[in-house]
Design a binder for this molecule. Structure first.
Ligand code: DGL
Length: 267
């Protein structure tokens, strides 16, 4: 029975191409939804910018998406969620889904009681992460590892180059020495490095990201608010990037595994 044809799009944004790892999960789970994705590659990485700067960019992007009549916003960026989701929630009249490093599930599955979080400096020093850790990881050691440079490697689609592997070794091997058995990918760019990380840390380490749980959370919210698009047509996807550098648009095409039309976002 089709009682709801809510064809308004869902807006998804990230500082760059990383949020495509979340968009893939959303598109897989909700193939009939129309989606608009924004990569703010011209202004990435957010992780090394101030909180105010990230708030401002997030606000501008959210306003742009609101004008496109979105029904829900997904902040597919841990850094922008930490810096801006509270103020976006105060200002926007639609449901907003944010992203947080998977501390809770990591604590549940860790056998050594030591987990590592790979994320940007901004995410790691945020109040949100501190309260998440206090809430879920009182009896677990959470080792925070900032990973400067990794976002740029993904933006350039250098997923398995020598210097990318060196950076990953530098960030992960000290964690393994401290008995970490679970690694949390606390930045949406890092799932694209999953194979390279796996090669370096070996098969015994669990690696968690939040793409799928976020897609499920979005589905729950759409259902609850009766916002699901129950049409049987395939959803339309629109892509924007604030950078028109060939490198960025090419990376988007390659990570999405399909030829896509990418419009320039002038904000
Ligand atoms: N994908 C963003 C995140 O999840 C990367 C942040 C950045 O641009 O530094 O944190």
């Amino acid at each position: 029975m089709i009682d709801n044809f809510n064809t308004q799009p869902i807006g998804v944004f990230d500082s760059g191409v990383g949020g495509l790892s979340v968009l893939q999960e959303i598109h897989k789970l909700l193939p009939h939804e129309n989606l608009i994705y924004i990569a703010d590659s011209k202004y990435a990485p957010y992780g090394e910018k101030s909180r105010d700067y990230i708030k401002q960019r997030s606000q501008k992007i959210a306003n742009f998406l609101l004008k496109k009549n979105i029904k829900t916003l997904v902040v597919a960026c841990n850094t922008a969620t930490a810096a801006a989701v509270d103020s976006l929630r105060q200002q926007l009249p639609i449901p907003i889904v944010g992203l947080e490093p998977a501390i809770k599930p990591a604590v549940k599955i860790s056998k050594t009681g030591v987990v590592g979080v790979l994320a940007t400096q901004q995410t790691l020093q945020s109040k949100r992460l501190t309260s998440l850790t206090i809430k879920h990881a009182l009896h677990t050691k959470v080792l925070a590892q900032p990973c400067p440079g990794l976002v740029e490697k993904v933006e350039a689609n250098h997923l398995d180059r020598y210097d990318t592997r060196q950076l990953i070794k530098q960030y992960t091997l000290p964690l393994l020495k401290q008995q970490v058995d679970t690694l949390i990918l606390g930045c949406t760019h890092y799932p694209f490095l999953n194979n390279t990380i796996r090669m370096i840390v070996g098969d015994d380490i669990k690696i968690l990201d939040t793409g799928k749980p976020v897609a499920l959370q979005l589905q729950r919210i759409l259902k609850r608010q009766q916002l699901l698009n129950l049409s049987s047509c395939a959803g339309r996807l629109h892509f924007y990037n604030s950078s028109q550098l060939h490198q960025h648009t090419q990376t988007m095409q390659q990570l999405w595994h399909q030829k896509i039309d990418i419009r320039l976002l002038l904000l």
